[in-house]
Design a protein around this ligand. Structure first.
Ligand SMILES: [Zn+2]
Length: 290
């Protein structure tokens, strides 16, 4: 596989599709007059979002990891319209094919968490039976134990983010692997668990000497979410998110982490800086320039 070399891995980003979410919900208590200067809303007050997955080939183990699978295709016209789903820049399938891969080549899918825009592409509807079926038959599916508990028994507030047609086939998959928090997949590939957005969300971290590539998932969905209080309305435990951000941002500044942004419509990688007590994005990069 062609791609960027990083710590014994070859890595590639795939844009699995774009969609839109309500700007107010994305920025919680932050007034629109502030957030709309960073990301402009459309006429329905929605902001554009990406759904980037990361494909990681390990030279040491020959495993092919896929981080998250995007929104998938199991939805009707109404859903497509509400969320402005747009595959004009590609899909998970076309992204894998461009790397010379098929779905069957993926050995391990690591889910940050199981909200519908992170795991929908794991399954598709069978044309004959109409049933939702796994389309990565050879792959292990990794989810933290704590997230699995919440995804299969969600509270009323989070329920709408876990879709039955996504969760059920994953639950029945023989290679579902429930991992501990802060898990090590192999040398130079670990995860950091954060609980503010959803219990047991895991952020994959690749190491290359002193360098870090951190998959920011829904802790920092876009570059505009770096300021600690700019927390999404979707987060289950916003105070926890703020504490987790403080902790990780101070390390990120000191160690010049590269944050891989899953949801930012335009920016793949950012670095962050601190001025006084405030954190913000200081550099916009792409995977080939880290
Ligand atoms: Zn989420």
């Amino acid at each position: 596989m062609q791609g960027i070399k990083f710590g014994g891995f070859t890595i590639n980003a795939i844009q699995t599709g774009k969609f839109k979410l309500d700007g107010g919900a994305m920025f919680g208590v932050v007034p629109k007059t502030l957030w709309s200067r960073k990301i402009e809303a459309d006429e329905l007050n929605r902001i554009p979002m990406g759904m980037r997955s990361l494909v990681i080939h390990s030279e040491a183990t020959d495993r092919i990891y896929l981080i998250d699978t995007g929104i998938g295709t199991k939805f009707d016209e109404k859903f497509e319209k509400i969320y402005g789903v747009d595959f004009s820049e590609g899909t998970l399938e076309s992204g894998l094919n461009n790397l010379g891969l098929d779905r069957g080549d993926v050995t391990d899918i690591v889910f940050t968490h199981l909200h519908f825009d992170h795991c929908g592409g794991t399954s598709s509807l069978n044309k004959n039976s109409g049933e939702s079926e796994i389309i990565f038959p050879n792959s292990n599916f990794w989810v933290t134990k704590s997230h699995w508990k919440t995804a299969t028994n969600p509270n009323q507030r989070e329920k709408a983010s876990f879709l039955r047609e996504n969760i059920q086939p994953i639950a029945q998959h023989p290679k579902l692997c429930l991992n501990d928090d802060n898990y090590t997949f192999e040398d130079n590939f670990e995860t950091i668990v954060v609980n503010g957005h959803s219990l047991g969300q895991q952020l994959p971290v690749l190491k290359d000497g002193d360098r870090r590539l951190v998959f920011a998932a829904d802790l920092f969905p876009t570059f505009a979410h770096i300021p600690v209080p700019w927390v999404m309305g979707y987060d289950m435990y916003p105070i926890t998110t703020m504490q987790e951000r403080e902790r990780l941002l101070s390390q990120a500044v000191d160690e010049q982490w590269n944050f891989f942004l899953e949801h930012d419509a335009h920016h793949e990688i950012i670095r962050v800086g601190r001025e006084g007590k405030n954190y913000s994005t200081t550099e916009f990069l792409t995977l080939d320039r880290i």
